[in-house]
Design a protein around this ligand. Structure first.
Ligand code: ATP
Ligand code: MG
Length: 390
């Protein structure tokens, strides 16, 4: 039987998988663009553990079956390329043999200059006879100076694309707007950049339906809805709740996976079980913009803007999202929200532990408390209110 998976790209032979056909198709069409003139150079971006690498692998698989005769389709990953910020940018040139080996199964010597590397892709002087469709995963794990050099290089290729064999290029990472920092401009069409969205409720339901049909164990619709509403469909977290519900905390068939099981799982997810995505978010939230994160617990109307450095950072790292809201005058504007109720709860507990007594008194009401015990009574439960506000 297949399983849920919560880390690394899933494969449909071993894991429950949503096909996301429209996303795969959009990515393929962008890369191919105009088959004669060339495809697009763009970024595939989303916070960690949202399915970027899975999408890349899926697109490669489809393209290999549809247009392998026409294009060379290759992927490289910058994961594991260690270049410290104080090392010279040219250190990257020494890593090129490994990238070429991984991507093209080609054994080449390290180029001595950036221009020499560029010539690998030149139509007349280069190593390839066919146009390339190239994916570079984990691109933004490189230091900014190296990113800037490579983006500038691709810009030259793009401007002289009739001389080069790079037909389509997708750079994959957390940041959307690569090269914007570069004084020389970017070859990447930002409007075309492809964002990997969270799962919809239908997609989450589809995953659990696959589980039900293979395990023959019932999983109540309300549990599936809770998974969706708690995570807002964040793919890695959905996979993780899937593992907790169907493996770690599964009461075992013929018992159904019902709301009491969900409640145990939720409590464990908040306080007991490790999760890489959450650990990473907590680390980022404790970073340079912790003050803004703390403000978000107190103020519901902080304006959202991708042009504000702190907001951009928290957004691209999956800590916050945005919501449109009308103010008192009826004017609509974007305000910041945590990326999901689960992320909000985890950050709340992590940051209050850090700060007890230092910055704010612990909030009297937890951020997601609906105060049912107070309002679900015919009369206002003053004692509960008084104890709660102690
Ligand atoms: N199509 C899918 N069907 C089911 N689960 C998926 C799918 N895509 C992503 N996931 C979930 O997201 C997790 C992460 O996928 P993947 O490694 O592709 O993400 P990523 O964005 O490349 O992550 P990172 O930023 O860490 O490189 C998977 O382990 C799985 O739980
Ligand atoms: Mg990845």
């Amino acid at each position: 039987m297949r399983r849920f998976s919560s880390y690394g790209p899933v494969d449909k032979k071993n894991h429950f998988t949503v096909p996301r056909k429209a996303l795969v198709k959009a990515c393929m069409e962008s890369l191919i663009g105009d088959p004669e003139e060339g495809g697009h150079y763009f970024t595939i971006w989303a916070p960690r553990q949202t399915g970027k690498t899975w999408l890349m692998q899926q697109v490669i698989r489809e393209m290999e079956s549809l247009c392998r005769d026409r294009y060379i389709i290759a992927k490289m990953s910058c994961q594991g390329i260690i270049i410290e910020p104080d090392m010279p940018e040219d250190t990257f040139l020494g890593k090129i043999p490994r990238l070429m080996l991984d991507g093209f199964d080609m054994d080449v010597d390290a180029p001595e200059t950036w221009e020499e590397w560029l010539l690998f892709f030149h139509k007349r002087k280069g190593l390839f006879q066919k146009p390339l469709i190239l994916f570079i995963d984990e691109f933004d794990s490189l230091p900014p100076g190296v990113i800037d050099r490579i983006v500038t290089l691709f810009r030259d290729v793009y401007l002289n694309r009739h001389d080069f064999h790079i037909h389509g290029l997708a750079l994959i990472g957390v940041r959307a707007v690569l090269g914007v920092e570069s004084d020389r401009g970017s070859p990447f069409n930002i409007q075309r950049s492809l964002h990997v969205p969270n799962f919809t409720l239908e997609e989450v339901t589809e995953l659990f339906r696959q589980y039900e049909s293979e395990s023959e164990q019932i999983i109540e619709a309300e549990v599936v809805r809770q998974v969706f509403e708690t995570t807002l469909g964040q793919p890695g977290l959905v996979g993780w709740f899937g593992e907790l519900l169907t493996e770690t905390y599964n009461p075992g068939a013929p018992n159904p996976i019902d709301l009491p099981v969900w409640e145990d799982v939720y409590e464990a997810a908040c306080f007991r079980e490790w999760n890489n995505t959450i650990l990473n978010l907590i680390k980022k939230a404790r970073g340079p913009y912790v003050r803004y994160v703390l403000d978000l617990f107190e103020k519901p109307d902080i304006p959202f803007s991708i042009h504000a450095e702190w907001c951009n950072y928290l957004y691209l790292n999956g800590i916050i999202g945005e919501e449109i809201q009308a103010d008192r005058t009826g004017r609509k504007r974007y305000v910041c929200r945590f990326s999901s109720p689960f992320v909000q709860t985890c950050l709340f507990h992590a940051l209050t532990h850090d700060l007890v007594g230092e910055r704010f008194p612990i909030l009297v009401i937890e951020p997601l408390d609906t105060l049912d015990e107070v309002f679900d009574k015919p009369e206002l439960e003053v004692v509960v209110v008084a104890i709660g506000w102690g």
